[in-house]
Structure formats: C-alpha cells, structure tokens
Design a protein. Structure first.
Lengths: 294, 375
C-alpha cells in the first residue's frame, strides 16, 4: 500500500511537469493547427540553456529566467523562419517540417553540448527526502511539481484575463472571426510558439534536475504526445489531466510491471496504453469530434 | 502540395508530337513509345553490366545503401503517397523482417537438401516478408477507427513497442547471444552463390528492387491501387463509391510491411551482425524524409529521394573529413551534423519545393518531349 501511494504521488509530481509541456503543445495546435513533433527537442534546448547559465554561477531562478527569455526569442524566430510560410499547407507537410526541426535542433544540441549526462552542480534542490505521513518524496519532485503548478496557473490566468491571451483564445476558436475583429493571427502564432518554447524549457530544466540531463530528456518530451492524445488534442484541461495520468501510469508500470516484463516497460507503457485507448475513444477524453462531410 | 497539382503531375505525361493513344490499354502501357523502351533497356544494361564493371567496392556499398533505402521507402511511399495513411514507425517492420530472417537462418533446422541448394535464405526472406506484413497489419488495425494525427501516434507506438521493447528485451535474448546476432560468413547463400562481397549484394539488391518496384507499380495501376488513391483523396467519398475502406487500408499496411520485411531481410546480407540499434526511430523518420524529398505519390520519386539523400550525406562526409585533421572533434560529431543537415534539408524542401524532385523531373521530361515547340 505504501509503495502504491508513493508511486502515485511521484507519478503525479512528474506528471505535473508533463502537463506543463503538454500545455505548450496544445497551445500551438489550438492556435495555429500545427501538430508539433519537435516538442522533445524544445525541452532539450531549454534545459541545456538553463544548465549552461547555472554552471556559469548564476542563481537557479535567474538561469531559468534567462532560458525563458532565450526560449521566447527562439520560439518567435522558429515561427517566423519556418512555420510562417506553411500556413494553409497540408497537414503532412507541416508535421514533417516539425520533424525536420526536431532533427535540426537535436543535432545542434548534440553538437554544442555533447551526449554525456550532465547534472546541475551544485544540486539546486537539497537531497534530503521529505516525509509526509508514511510517504517519502524527494525534494526535487516536490519543488518541480510546485514550480510546474505555479507556471500552469500563470499560463491559465494569462489566457483568461489578459488582452493577448484573449486574442489567442479567439483565434483558436474561430480564426476568421478573430481576424475580422482585428486580431493579428501572425502575432498569435508567434506568441503560441514562444509560450510553447518557454513551457518546454521549464519542463526540461525540471526533468534535468531529477535525473540529470542528457539527450534522453528529449524522449521524455515525446511522452507529451500520449498525454495530449489522452486528453484530446484541443483541450487545455485535457492536456493537464493527460499529463498527470501519463506520469502516474508510467510510475505504476515501472513499480509493478517491471518484474514481469523486464526491459524498459516504463518507457513503452504510455505508448501502448495510448494505442489501445485510441481504439475505444478515438478523439481522446475531451477532444472535438469533427463531423466530416463529403 | 495541393491535390490538383499532385494528381496532374502523377497522371499526365505529355507525349511527343504526333503520338496518340487510341484505347485504354495504350494509356496504361508500361512503355508508351519505342524510344522509352530503348531508354529503359539502356538503363538496365547500365545497371547490370556497366556499373558492376566500373564501380569500386566503396561506390558499390553506397549503391547498396541506396537500394536498401529504396526498398524501405517504397512501403512508406505506398502508405503515405498512395493510401494517405501517414506512418512514422516503418523501421519497426524492417526490423521484424531482419530479425525473422536472421532467426530462421540461425535457429531453424533446415533440411539438408534446402541447405545444399542454397534455398534457406530466399525462403527466409519470403517468410520474413509475410511475418512483417502481418505485424504491420496488427499495428494498422487502429486505422479502422482513427485517422490523421491519431494514426500517426499509433504507428509511432509500433516503433517503440516493437524495437525498443520486444526486440531489445526479448527477441535479442533468444539463443543467449546478448544484444547482437552475429551472422557467420557463409551462412547467407542464394542458390550456388555465397553472398560475401559488395558486388553480390549489389546484384541481389538490384533484383529485389526491380521486382518490388514493378510489383508495386502494377498494383497501383490495378483496381487495388485505384482504391488506395480514392481513399487518399477522400476516404468518405471512397466509401460512398463502394470501396471497402478498412480492407484496402489494411491491405496497404500489409503490402507496406511486406516490402519492409523484404528490405530488412535483404539488409542482413550486408551486415556482419544485427542489433536493435540498426533500426532506430531516426530511420523511420529518415524514410519519410526520403519520400518527401523525392516527391509524395510517385514511385520514381522514392528512387530519386533515396539517391539524393544517400549521395548528399556521403558528399557531406567527404567534405567534412578533410577538416577533421584540423578539428579532430568533427569526426565524432559528424553524426550530429548529419542529423542537423537532414532536418534542415527536409524543412527547406517542404518550404521551397513541396512537390519534391519527381515534380522537377516531370517538368524536365515534358520540356524535352515538346521541345522545341512547347505549345
């Protein structure tokens, strides 16, 4: 029982990070209709940038802020250079451009930072575990979860209450109507990419704090895809629920199934679960079911 | 690429002045004029006689890589370009083919007569292709319920489940060999020939590629191919027209997996040992990149794409190597440069030449067919 509770709590905490990255993904999809397969690499870039700043002796929060700013710039640049020219092209073209971008980013990251595992030295969070009742949690997990939740709340407030956020919501809802009311669609696209870059960067930094940072953090960014599919591609609450579900599922599989199926069941389980889940609910939990006509 | 443009360039080639078709048989003929027939025979002579005579082993090994890429990419082309089912996990099916064939050769108690006649490897290729086709249908099953991006994700799941989990964790343990299966020299034998040099692999590659290309081209100009194209263009109207959409989608998955299996089973003849690292997710995406650069919805686009990508990467390597004396780190980092360049190439092609190389080729051909009076 204690093992179960502990796995679930850890799962929820890691899931919070996934939810943050998934939010960025859903945002891009909602606002501009781009199905982004480069999410894993966006997490990598953010993580490595903040690690570099941190290794230079900056305080952690300042390093995180710097990586946010660089993420903002990179997001706008990516949108302007690559995605802006593809508005109105078929889905496959756009997906493959994001695949191309993911290779480009990954190759660049590997070229600059190498493939060895790096850790945040000195460790940002203390190694002392926290006891809550009978449950023991690493401080890294707890603080990462808190940070992810704070950022999630900030982003949600941004969409609900600021002018820019409302413009983004309007574009996601009906692009034509938003355009006729004077919302600049190009601005919204750029903003969506910038926010996705920033969210992914923070997510990557937090994940890098947990296990050390190497290329496989990019694979963790890929886990976002099962998360968004679970929640439905165009639902922000769905992304958050999906992210946390995937985190819990992954940890449960690691704890219980690993005995019976040795060899990385933890990495594959989300994808297998997603493939089966899609057979029963092809549009995820809260995704729009589009009625198609000839 | 808009649909009209693609169909237009798929179906029409402007014939030389004064050549007219009078019935449908002529319309669908392989070789529409004597000149085209002569060109094709010339191509065959170049492939079978001249290249083996002049090429050195290095060039042959590159050509073999091109052939492997073509074999792998044809299946992807079939699924994406003709049936409209985007797949990002094709390396899984290639891996299934390669492992089935290897296991059959190494573990199966072949009757002596088959061994003596050198039939073990050809039979194992066939079985590998069938197994890998069935495996592909298994992961194609969700296409009955989902489409578009959701289907892409299930094919990705195929990659991770097959290669990273089943093959790495379980299949590799068979026989207690650890991670890699090594193929002792002399085990791969086709008829009286032991496949042990690049030249022999080259001939085998040529035969397999030609058989597969002709088979797929014939499928495409038959009822099956027309059904696939109808599904690609609009699956709802295809269903309304009386096409059994699920059956033909699964058939497309089967054929794609079949050819993927052939590709995998062929490639083991070129490797001393196979391990899961030969079939990473990168390779799945690479194959999709190859058909996008070559041109979606055209078989010779696949060939152009394969030649282009492999040759460009080799040239890149040749260009980088001299610099390695100055920066030794480059030698290690070449893989990363390759990845980045590949990604950038896809982006640039998608943005500036979304119809791929096949479209350019079509334009050139038409220009010369109508030359000098292009009206």
């Amino acid at each position: 029982m204690e093992l179960f509770l502990m796995t679930v709590t850890t799962g929820i905490m890691v899931g919070g990070i996934y939810a943050l990255v998934a939010l960025g993904w859903v945002l891009i999809y909602k606002c501009s209709g781009v199905l982004n397969l480069a999410m894993g690499e966006l997490t990598l870039i953010g993580a490595y940038v903040s690690l570099s700043f941190y290794s230079m002796g900056m305080p952690f929060l300042l390093a995180l802020l710097c990586s946010l700013i660089i993420g903002l710039v990179l997001g706008i640049l990516t949108e302007r250079i690559f995605l802006d020219k593809l508005i109105g092209e078929p889905v496959l073209t756009v997906i493959m451009v994001t695949v191309g971008l993911s290779f480009f980013f990954k190759g660049t990251v590997e070229f600059i930072w190498g493939t060895d595992t790096r850790v945040f030295t000195p460790p940002v969070f203390s190694m002392e575990p926290i006891h809550i009742g009978k449950i023991i949690i690493g401080q890294v997990y707890l603080w990462s979860f808190v940070a992810a939740i704070i950022l999630l709340i900030i982003f949600v407030c941004f969409f609900k209450y600021t002018r820019w956020g409302l413009a983004m919501q309007a574009t996601a809802d009906d692009e034509m109507a938003a355009l006729s009311l004077g919302v600049s669609a190009r601005f919204v696209y750029a903003a969506a990419w910038a926010i996705a870059f920033m969210a992914a960067g923070v997510g990557g930094t937090l994940l890098g704090n947990i296990n050390g940072l190497n290329i496989s953090v990019g694979y963790l960014g890929l886990l976002v895809l099962p998360a968004v599919v679970l929640g439905g591609l165009n639902s922000v609450p769905g992304a958050i629920v999906g992210g946390i579900t995937i985190g819990v599922l992954q940890n449960l599989c690691g704890a219980y199934l690993d005995r019976y199926f040795p060899g990385g069941v933890k990495e594959v389980a989300p994808f297998a679960f997603m493939a089966i889940f899609l057979l029963f609910k092809p549009h995820g939990l809260w995704g729009w079911e589009r009625i198609e006509r000839v | 690429m808009t649909n009209e443009r693609r169909e237009f360039f798929m179906s029409t080639t402007w014939l030389p002045c004064g050549t007219y078709h009078q019935n449908y048989v002529q319309d669908h003929a392989w070789w529409q004029t004597k000149f085209i027939k002569a060109k094709m025979i010339l191509l065959l002579i170049i492939l079978f006689v001249i290249i083996p005579l002049v090429a050195d082993p290095y060039a042959l090994s590159i050509l073999n890589l091109v052939g492997y890429t073509i074999l792998g990419a044809i299946g992807v082309q079939l699924l994406i370009g003709f049936c409209g089912q985007v797949t990002l996990g094709h390396a899984a099916f290639i891996a299934v083919g390669a492992y089935t064939s290897t296991l059959l050769i190494l573990e199966f108690p072949w009757p002596k007569i088959l061994m003596d006649w050198g039939l073990a490897y050809p039979i194992s290729i066939l079985i590998a292709a069938i197994v890998s086709g069935a495996w592909s249908v298994l992961f194609g099953l969700p296409c009955a319920r989902v489409k578009g991006f959701y289907l892409i994700l299930t094919t990705m799941a195929a990659q991770f489940i097959t290669v990273d989990f089943i093959i790495t964790g379980y299949v590799s343990q068979i026989g207690g060999r650890g991670q890699a299966f090594s193929l002792p020299p002399g085990t791969i034998k086709v008829g009286p020939w032991v496949i042990d040099s690049d030249l022999k692999v080259y001939f085998m590659m040529l035969v397999l590629v030609i058989v597969c290309v002709i088979g797929v081209l014939n499928l495409i100009r038959s009822r099956v191919g027309r059904a696939w194209i109808a599904i690609r263009d609009n699956d709802i109207s295809a269903e309304v027209m009386g096409i059994n959409v699920i059956k033909y989608k699964l058939l497309a998955f089967y054929v794609a997996g079949f050819i993927g299996g052939v590709a995998g089973a062929f490639w083991i003849s070129n490797l001393a040992a196979i391990s899961p690292e030969h079939f990473p997710w990168f390779w799945s995406l690479w194959l999709v990149g190859v058909i996008l650069i070559g041109g979606v919805g055209s078989i010779h686009g696949t060939i152009f794409g394969a030649v282009f990508m492999v040759v460009v990467m080799e040239m890149l390597q040749l260009a980088v190597m001299p610099l390695a004396d100055i920066y030794p780190k480059l030698l290690v980092d070449f893989l990363f440069i390759k990845e980045a360049v590949f990604g950038l190439a896809i982006c640039v092609f998608m943005i500036f030449e979304p119809n791929g190389l096949a479209y350019r080729w079509w334009q050139m051909k038409n220009y010369f067919n109508l030359w000098p009076f292009s009206y």
